[in-house]
Design a protein around this ligand. Structure first.
Ligand code: DX5
Ligand code: ZN
Length: 216
């Protein structure tokens, strides 16, 4: 039995039916729900903020895996914690004082995550790793769902697995972007613990089958 966690990304849901998306996630057997917050500055797209996290908190028991793609994310940690996030992940590239805000996230009793875009090396994270519960490796340039996974990014996952082992740490590694049934095998064998899946989840009519195959 694998410990792989599937985290469907609400970015690919029908935005006129968020309640249905929550039910679909719960019914699929997925234990996490990934929520992409975009500000139109850090990434060329905009989505939603704390009010939707708060609304989804009422609709699902899933672990709310909030992925902040916003500049200076430290400004909003408290808002997302109050809204009911279970984990907050922000970008290394977007925050000078990462350690301070990772500590703040943990101070709220939540899981703290750091994310990197494809062009940021995982070595940049080394001094931050003792303060995280989750490292999110983007395998597409963030902003939109439905893009093709950049296979070279999986080398970063493999490197991070080695760094984690040599440092004796136990954070989880999440892979986000272009994960589907064809790419999931290589993503898992690279060492991902969490698979974020947007379009491949919401476009699949057999979500339960998909989740059980990916968790297996
Ligand atoms: C992209 C987001 C992803 C996105 C993944 O910027 O961070 O979470 O929803 O979507 P797919 O799985 O379609 O690549
Ligand atoms: Zn994401």
């Amino acid at each position: 039995m694998s410990n792989t966690i599937v985290s469907p990304s609400i970015l690919s849901a029908d935005f006129s039916e968020f309640g249905k998306a929550a039910n679909d996630v719960d019914a699929s057997g997925a234990k996490w729900l990934h929520m992409d917050v975009m500000d139109g500055s850090f990434v060329p797209n905009m989505t939603f903020g704390p009010p939707l996290v708060s609304a989804m908190r009422k609709k699902t028991k899933a672990f709310l895996d909030v992925h902040l793609m916003i500049i200076q994310p430290g400004r909003y940690i408290g808002e997302f914690a109050k809204a009911g996030a279970d984990g907050i992940t922000f970008h290394y590239e977007a925050e000078i004082h990462a350690q301070k805000y990772l500590d703040e996230i943990r101070g709220f009793g939540l899981k703290a995550g750091i994310a990197v875009v494809p062009s940021t090396p995982v070595s940049a994270l080394e001094e931050t790793l003792p303060f995280i519960d989750l490292a999110l490796i983007m395998t597409v340039n963030p902003g939109f769902g439905g893009q093709k996974l950049i296979p070279e990014c999986l080398e970063k996952v493999k490197k991070l697995v080695k760094i984690r082992e040599s440092a004796g740490l136990d954070f989880k590694i999440s892979v986000d972007g272009g994960v589907n049934e064809s790419t999931a095998g290589s993503v898992k064998s690279a060492g991902a613990d969490i698979l974020v899946i947007g379009s491949a989840f919401f476009e699949n009519s057999d979500k339960k089958g998909l989740v059980s195959r990916l968790q297996g």
